[in-house]
Design a protein. Structure first.
Length: 185
């Protein structure tokens, strides 16, 4: 079972989720991309419940993008399962300080409040040291939202792919589906 974890303000029907969903469907690989709460503790609880529900009968693998990468790293460490991180947030409790206010959802442009208590929740999920050997890190140097070097520095014990250029959305993501599956399965 592949669990895709979306980023801040995103949802389970985002571009990368849909690309990976199609790839998995074509190969009969079980896949889920839940739309998670904007409240970090609720998002983590949902993901923990999914992992615990699937693990008794099948292997679980995580793919996370941006804030979802931060969540995936925490869950990978907690459950000792492999993960793929795509332009992950490494210190979201710092980088998301600039989002303190009402922010739009990328799904329907509705707004939700992002406040200091959410940042405090995020701090609880920081992992040191990370499970590097269970991690595939995919970053693009052109990420306009996050400093890719933070991820490379923290996750240098894992498999690291640094692609020149690109953006935070990870241009050309469809070209990495096979590599992701080879690493995970």
């Amino acid at each position: 079972m592949i669990i895709y974890i979306h980023g801040f303000g995103s949802h389970g029907m985002g571009a990368k989720a849909n690309i990976l969903r199609r790839y998995c469907q074509e190969r009969n690989i079980r896949f889920i991309a839940p739309s998670l709460s904007t409240i970090p503790d609720l998002a983590i609880t949902t993901l923990e419940e999914l992992i615990e529900a699937f693990r008794p009968t099948e292997n679980v693998y995580l793919v996370g993008s941006s804030l979802g990468g931060y969540y995936a790293l925490y869950l990978s460490h907690k459950y000792h399962i492999p993960c793929v991180l795509i332009n992950p947030a490494i210190h979201p409790y710092r980088t998301l300080e600039k989002a303190l206010e009402y922010v739009p959802s990328f799904y329907d442009q509705s707004v939700y409040e992002w406040n200091g208590s959410h940042l405090d929740m995020l701090r609880k999920y920081d992992v040191n040291p990370p499970c590097g050997e269970k991690t595939l890190l995919l970053v693009q140097t052109g990420d306009e939202v996050l400093d890719y070097t933070e991820a490379v520095e923290k996750l240098s014990d894992g498999k690291v792919v640094i692609e020149e250029g690109g953006n935070h959305g990870f241009e050309g993501f469809e070209n990495y589906c096979e590599s992701i599956m080879e690493f995970l399965v």
